[in-house]
Each structure stands twice: as C-alpha cells, then as structure tokens.
Design a protein around this ligand. Structure first.
Ligand code: NCD
Length: 312
C-alpha cells in the first residue's frame, strides 16, 4: 500500500522509478492539492537550476511553491550562473543544497539530474535532462488524460511528431505501459522513437504500432498527443528542415476523430497545431499546462513531507 512516507525526501529522476500504484497515488494527491490553499510549505525554499529555456515547468513549480506559502530561488539560464565561470554541476549542487530544501534541475545533458542527485543531500527533481526524460511532465500528462477522458486504463494514445528527441514522449510512453494503453507512434522515419525504448515496450508487451501518417490512425484515438519538432537537438539542419512541417493537426483532420478525443501537447507549440484548433472543445493543451500547478503542488508537498493527513 502506497503512503505519503513513500515520497518524503525522494528524488524524481526517471519515470521508471514509479509503479502504477505510486502514479495513481500521486494523481489522487494532485486532485486534493488543486484546491489546497493552506501555507503547508511556509518557510520552505525550492532552488530551480534551469540551464535550458522553460516557461511552464519552472513557472508552474514557482506558482505551486508560492501558493503553498513557500518560495523559489534560482536561475533561468546557465549563462547567469557560475557555470559561465567554469563551475561544475556537482559543485553548483553542493553549494545550492545549503540554500534550498529541494532542487529542481533542467539541463541539456542526459543523466545530469541523476548526477545532481548523487551530490545533493536534498531531493532532486528532474525537470528535463536533454532528450532523455521529463518525469513531472508525464505526471501532468497522465493527470490531464484522466481528467479529460475520465479514465486512464485502456486508452488508445496516438503520439505525433518528434518521437526521437521529445523527452516528454520518452517518459510518457513507458509510463502508459502501466495502464494497458494502446499506442500508435506517428513520426517521419528519421524521428522514430529510439530503439532502446521500442525494445523496452516490446519486452513489457505494451501494444504499440508505428505509422507515418496521422489521418488513417486517428479515427479511434482517445488521446492525440502532439509534439514540437525539437529544433535545438538536431545536429543536421537539413534534417530539421525536412521535419519542421511534417505534421499539422488541423480541424479538417480532426473531423475524422471521435468527438470526445482529447488533444494534448506539452507545449510550446510551433506549427503543429494551428490556432483554429484552440476552440475545439477537446483541445486540452492549455488546461494541461494549468493542471501543472496542481500536480507540482502535490509533488512538492509529498517530497517535503507536508502533504497533510496520510489517508492510506
Ligand atoms: C517540453 C520540454 O521542455 O521537454 N516542454 C515542457 O516542459 N512542457 C516540451 C518541448 O520543449 O517541446
């Protein structure tokens, strides 16, 4: 049986560290935390070390911290930190653990959050490490799916876009394996889901197929999860040019989908969803961004041991 104590002082580095029951526990906590206004985190400080651009992740964590009476310190780009003077990440983390009760880190290098956790004596939350993982976005995505679809088990989720570099996709596909999902992975062939992840899905007997066109596969989708082409991770600019307008989900295409389909996107979007889709009743991406606050309130409350009564 999962309880609050399973989360206290814990690092959040990889979604692989969270089983089905823990994920459901976290989503239930987010439901409770959505309307939580007590200053449960008064006097607590979160340190946000962001070495890559961010709007939603950093600001929703800051908002969550502020709404629970705590505060956030940090920087939003490495260039203004002592990294610019040659400081190692390990040293930065050893210093910052003395300033905050928890460290939120986003860094372009895969494995950087794990490295930070090795050096920090306070919990570390991976807010995106290169093209690898983005676990708290996955918690937000699962929370959104459960709210929009009124269930989480047995969904048909169609992923569209840059499945090779999209870290939110990498974290979400493995996690959906706990919920008996059927996955359709739509991308150009050079942006397929990485081989190791495909192998992992096969080993875990997750039902998935790959496709190169969206239209034929959306008719029975419960969720369409659209992603941005991750320009900053391409080594070959010509490849990016080929990919950049590969998929666009517009209203004409959505006529072929079920009326209840939920359209998700971790955002930011570029060209892949035109603004005309925003008024579709099931365009859930702005709600998804807003749910980030409830989910991150729950994460902070749980890791810092201030999640209220343990009802388990
Ligand atoms: C994503 C990220 O940073 O990986 N954004 C986010 O956190 N919501 C997606 C992206 O940048 O495309």
């Amino acid at each position: 049986m999962v309880s609050n104590s399973d989360f206290v002082g814990r690092d959040i580095i990889s979604v692989g560290d969270f089983g089905r029951e823990e994920l459901l526990f976290l989503l239930d906590a987010a439901d409770r935390f959505e309307s939580e206004t007590r200053p449960l985190l008064a006097g607590k400080v979160a340190a946000a070390l962001f070495f890559e651009p961010s709007t939603r992740t950093r600001l929703s964590f800051e908002s969550a911290m502020g709404r629970l009476g705590g505060c956030c310190i940090g920087f939003a780009e490495g260039g203004v930190s002592s990294q610019a003077k040659g400081e190692t990440l390990a040293d930065t983390v050893r210093v910052v653990e003395g300033y905050g009760d928890l460290i939120l880190i986003r860094h372009p290098r895969e494995g950087s959050a794990r490295l930070a956790a090795e050096f920090a004596g306070v919990p570390v939350v991976n807010c995106g490490d290169g093209a690898h993982q983005h676990p708290t976005q996955t918690f937000v995505d699962l929370y959104t799916m459960r709210r929009e679809c009124k269930r989480l088990d047995g969904l048909h989720v169609v992923f569209v876009g840059d499945l090779r570099y999209g870290r939110t996709v990498h974290s979400l596909v493995t996690t959906l394996g706990h919920f008996d999902a059927r996955l359709t992975l739509v991308s150009p062939s050079f942006l397929r889901l990485p081989k190791e992840l495909r192998r992992e899905l096969q080993e875990r007997e997750v039902d998935f197929t790959e496709a190169q066109k969206v239209e034929p596969v959306i008719a029975d989708a419960d969720v369409i999860y659209v992603t941005r082409i991750q320009r900053e991770r391409f080594t070959d600019p010509l490849e990016f040019e080929k990919a950049k307008d590969a998929f666009r989900i517009d209203n004409t295409m959505l006529h072929k989908a079920q009326p209840g389909v939920a359209i998700l996107h971790p955002l930011p979007r570029v060209n892949e969803i035109p603004p005309e889709v925003d008024s579709h009743p099931h365009a859930a991406y702005f709600r998804q961004a807003h749910y980030g606050v409830a989910v991150r309130k729950a994460i902070l409350g749980l890791l810092l041991g201030q999640a209220g009564e343990d009802t388990a």
